[in-house]
Design a protein around this ligand. Sequence first.
Ligand SMILES: NC(=O)c1ccc[n+]([C@@H]2O[C@H](COP(=O)([O-])OP(=O)(O)OC[C@H]3O[C@@H](n4cnc5c(N)ncnc54)[C@H](O)[C@@H]3O)[C@@H](O)[C@H]2O)c1
Length: 323
Amino acid sequence: MKIAIIGSIHQSGLNILKENNFDILEIVNLEINSLKKELEEVDGIVLRTAELKENVLSKCKNLKIIARHGVGYDNVDIKFLNKNNIALGITGTSNAVSVAEHVMTMFLYLTKKINISDSLVKKGDFIKKNTLPSFFELYNKNILILGFGRIGRELAKRCLSFDTKVYVFDPFIDNEIIKQHNCIPIESKEEGIRVADYISIHMPLNEKTKNFISFDEFKISKNNLILVNTARGGIINEEALFQALKNKSILGAGLDVFENEPPIKNHPLLSLNNILLTPHNAALTLECRTRMAIEACENIVYFLNKNRKLNEKNIVNSNLIKS
Ligand SMILES: NC(=O)c1ccc[n+]([C@@H]2O[C@H](COP(=O)([O-])OP(=O)(O)OC[C@H]3O[C@@H](n4cnc5c(N)ncnc54)[C@H](O)[C@@H]3O)[C@@H](O)[C@H]2O)c1
């Protein structure tokens, strides 16, 4: 069987496919006509961030599974997969820790303004430390986590270890589960925003969560708020965020994701110094890339081997979504 790898992945994933006698086709040309031709015969696809929509998928005569290298699947035409009984795998257990650490890094960087201290010392101005702007502590602050899934829970653990109060808004998770994690359930988004010193977003982007934080929310937030989004661009309205940061109605923000990626060169948010930006790489630590490559390829092997042997129609494991 033939597996296409779209976007490069860590060697340890490729080794798993080789050990299981799959032929590997590494694809670098993402041009639509080339994809249509190259994917025609493949049985499985390991997919990083390229978009696979009906125009390409309809040409894949043998396709049985797409294994996402990651957890989001907004780059895949899920309706087409459902209609054509093609499975989708995600690397559900691989990246929560990496993203949670990225959020902690952003929280601490924006709180301590450590870059300003660093450049002061490097300029030879050690003795001018009294000229530095005020910086703060996480200790005793209120953290609001929006979305209490895999990443939200890993973040909660880390925040609690800093002696913070962790509030959670997630209407799909039982309050008892939130309490078992030593967090405080919040019944409405507004209630959470009013008390929060820090907010971190960990929900999917969909019709309900688009512009979840926008002009109205910045009207009720504290002016020392630090807001971080590593989930998906569009959950925070970028124009509203720009105004809030420019007018200093919040203290700072950290974004790993944008409404359009990459953001345009003269995007207004790029001009601000109270925002920290990263290129959608919260889950791209070396450890996490290794785990994701292994998990994505294991999903392919598990599904196709079982499929081949048992001709099963509904295989389910914790990370494999049968579409
Ligand atoms: N920056 C990156 O590199 C990166 C890496 C991994 C995941 N992500 C993104 O992070 C987000 C979270 O990932 P995860 O693995 O924790 O997902 P998950 O599915 O485990 O958790 C998502 C949680 O959001 C909750 N939720 C859904 N709608 C909500 C709403 N309207 N209000 C409040 N909560 C809501 C769900 O109940 C669920 O508990 C996703 O958007 C994912 O695409 C980004």
